[in-house]
Design a protein around this ligand. Structure first.
Ligand code: UD1
Length: 434
């Protein structure tokens, strides 16, 4: 297995480039299955989850070409030929690696009128249900049965029919999955309390480019008029908003006072109002200019408490990183996750590095250390965002931090050690035996 070794205390400055969004690339790839022909997706990130999902698509008979040039530092394009789809299954051994494979339910129903998709398991931080996905499909007329851990879905003879569907809570995955099925259903579908995350909007924009009739993207009510057929298109993925937020926090932690970190290729609007205003409240200066965000290092971080919420609320995918930032604050901060209420597996590891955090129900209470360094040690990744929070902690730790099981991190951060070492951080990858 691989681990990342970080020698703390080095200044982070210069430039970092944000890659294509993981959480948007996956639904874009699913959408490509609905287009009868060859789709090209630009700015596809080079990530383990993307390779896994490419393999999920290949099972159906789609041809996927993705030969990224990792040295070139240019956006990579994926080509998906969905002319022939003849196997309507997403098998357990692939779905278990990545929950987003469950998008195959909507994609295959939309394209072929049937699907057999393994139920995803839980996550390191707790159960993640799919009841809203299934209820949405049933509302469209899908007959759903369970067979040995698989969801078996079949559209009626005349095809799916539009329906009024209310999601509670708002769900990114369920909104995307049901949209995949509804775009070619008969009649109109109205999604109530739909997810308004940028990932959903950009995915909806691709469906529109393919010929889908969708209104209300980015609002709580999305209306879809079914069309007979969608065309394959060429489409460009958006930048990864979570990667951007992670780098802004990295700069707050490790860019020396008065020096700057320039983050390029970014879309700060996609971070949402709550994150940007919380970041402003910390007193760390930053400047937005087109696709560039410049963060200036400072010696005082004010404590700022956050609560995660659906977009434009504070993203749950940035709460673990925020917690690390708050370990350096001058005072106490609270981080509450209302979306995934048990997502705190990184806390014991951060405390082993000297952080003063306590979990109370769905909240972490962080006693800021007034800029005092953490201590480097061996720590264990448990999931994607928890892993990157440990890397951030390593930036401000005395000595070496060894972040084990970085395969979690490889699922969602493109060339993290390459990018950080290009901006002054002493970080490298090593193999080890568990
Ligand atoms: C997506 C993101 C993930 C992010 C999350 C919340 C991808 C691949 N993953 O996950 O990184 O952390 O959004 O922004 O895009 N829920 C139900 N029933 C369902 C589905 C969801 O109760 O059928 C609940 C969940 O338990 C959670 C809330 O809805 O409390 C939001 O989850 P959801 O938006 O569905 O997350 P994902 O799409 O799985």
């Amino acid at each position: 297995m691989d681990k990342l070794v970080i020698r703390g205390g080095n200044p982070l400055s210069g430039r970092l480039h944000v890659g294509g969004s993981k959480n948007t690339a996956l639904p874009l790839m699913a959408a490509a299955l609905l287009g009868d022909g060859v789709t090209t997706l630009h700015n596809t990130p080079v990530l383990q989850d993307v390779f896994t999902f490419a393999n999920v698509l290949r099972v159906t008979g789609a041809r996927v070409d993705f030969a990224p040039d990792t040295d070139a530092n240019t956006p990579d394009s994926m080509i998906i030929d969905a002319t022939r789809i003849d196997h309507t299954e997403a098998p357990y051994d692939l779905v278990k690696k990545m929950r987003a494979s469950f998008y195959m339910l909507g994609a295959l129903l939309g394209r072929c009128g049937e699907a057999r998709v393994s139920l995803p398991g839980g996550c390191a931080w707790g159960p993640r249900p799919v009841d809203l996905h299934l209820k949405g499909m049933e509302a469209l007329g899908t007959k759903i049965t369970m067979d040995q851990g698989y969801v078996v879905a079949k559209a009626p003879a005349g095809g799916l029919t539009g329906a009024h569907i209310h999601f509670e809570p708002s769900s990114v995955g369920a909104t995307i999955n049901v949209m995949l099925a509804a775009v070619t259903a008969n009649g109109t579908t109205v999604l109530d309390n739909a997810a308004a995350e940028p990932d959903v909007v950009v995915f909806g924009n691709m469906l529109q480019a393919m010929g889908a009739q969708i209104e209300g993207l980015g609002t709580k009510t999305v209306t879809i008029k079914g069309v007979d057929k969608l065309n394959a298109v060429e489409f460009t993925n958006c930048p990864d908003r979570i990667e951007l937020g992670t780098y802004m926090i990295a700069a707050a932690l490790a860019t020396p006072p008065g020096e700057t970190l320039t983050i390029t290729g970014a879309n700060a609007d996609h971070l949402g109002e709550a994150f940007l205003s919380a970041f402003e409240d910390t007193g760390v200066p930053f400047d937005l200019n087109g696709d560039t965000v410049t963060v200036t290092g400072t010696d005082v971080i004010h404590p700022v408490s956050i609560r995660t919420a659906p977009y434009p609320g504070f993203p749950t995918d940035l709460q673990a990183q925020w917690t690390v930032m708050m370990t350096q604050a001058h005072g106490t901060a609270y981080v509450t996750d209302t979306v995934y209420t048990d997502r705190f597996k990184h806390i014991p590891e951060l405390n082993r590095m000297g952080a003063g955090c306590h979990v109370d129900d769905h909240t972490v209470i962080i006693e800021g250390l007034n800029g005092q360094a953490l201590q480097g040690t061996n720590v264990m990744s448990t999931d994607l965002r928890a892993s990157v929070s440990l890397v951030l902690a390593g930036l401000i730790a005395e000595g070496e931090t060894h972040v084990h099981r970085v395969y979690h991190l490889d699922r969602g951060y493109e060339n993290l050690e390459g990018k950080l070492s290009g901006a002054g951080i002493a970080i490298h990858r090593e193999e080890y035996q568990e």
